[in-house]
Design a protein around this ligand. Structure first.
Ligand code: COA
Length: 184
């Protein structure tokens, strides 16, 4: 499996150029909120978010078959990650239903850098501009909070995600190759 690392200098993007995506998404009744907001709605919200993370993760290209992650594990690794930025963890909602997300965390060794983690949208909501709208929100957060760089990794066969990132101006860096040796 090959994954491309890509980077975006958030100051170079012309946000106005992508305004149509945000407006299109809003016209469909989709709102974009963040984890800091949703956490205030109590544990059921976090349970719903965990379910969405599982659905999306199952659709990501991976060298191994998908293994679900329990709520407790997800909470320990993702929600309690000290580098997590809940205000930058964007969530798309259709009414009360979570339909998409885009995660972000700090890069401890690069104070002005952020890692763009998973981005995903429920299957039945894809192709409506939701991923672009979510990532625009992340970029807007970065710009407003003094961050300069967004780093991400995408499987080389993940055409939709690569299309979204290329559209937004991410520039490809090195490729990370995963090899498997099958032991007898
Ligand atoms: C990748 C993913 C998040 C995209 O979500 P989405 O909401 O459908 O994306 P959008 O509707 O915002 O698409 C944006 C653009 O990408 C383009 N695009 C989408 N699929 C494409 C494909 N297969 N090939 C080329 N371009 C594609 C669209 O044409 C669209 O551009 P346009 O509106 O200017 O035509 C979604 O497919 C997904 O959840 N996949 C599973 C999880 C995953 O793999 N996440 C990435 C790993 S972190």
């Amino acid at each position: 499996m090959k994954a491309w690392e890509s980077r975006l200098d958030v100051l170079t993007i012309d946000l106005e150029k992508f305004q149509d995506y945000t407006e299109k998404v809003l016209r469909q009744g989709i709102t974009i909120t963040n984890l800091a907001q949703e956490r205030k709605n109590g544990p059921d919200s976090l349970k719903s978010l965990h379910e969405l993370v599982q659905l999306i993760s199952a659709d990501m290209p991976s060298p191994a078959a998908f293994t679900p992650v329990s709520y407790e594990q997800w909470e320990a690794f993702e929600l309690k990650n000290p580098s997590l930025l809940p205000e930058a963890y964007m969530i798309a909602k259709d009414g009360p239903k979570y339909v998409g997300l885009s995660t972000v965390w700090r890069l401890d060794k690069e104070p002005r850098g952020l890692v763009q983690g998973n981005t995903g949208v429920r299957r039945e909501y894809r192709g409506r501009g939701i991923a672009v709208a979510l990532k625009l929100k992340v970029i807007d957060f970065a710009r407003r909070n003094g961050y300069r760089k967004l780093k991400t990794w995408n499987a080389s066969n993940n055409a939709p995600m690569l299309a979204v990132n290329t559209k937004l101006g991410f520039k490809r860096e090195v490729g990370w190759i995963t090899l498997e040796k099958a032991l007898a």
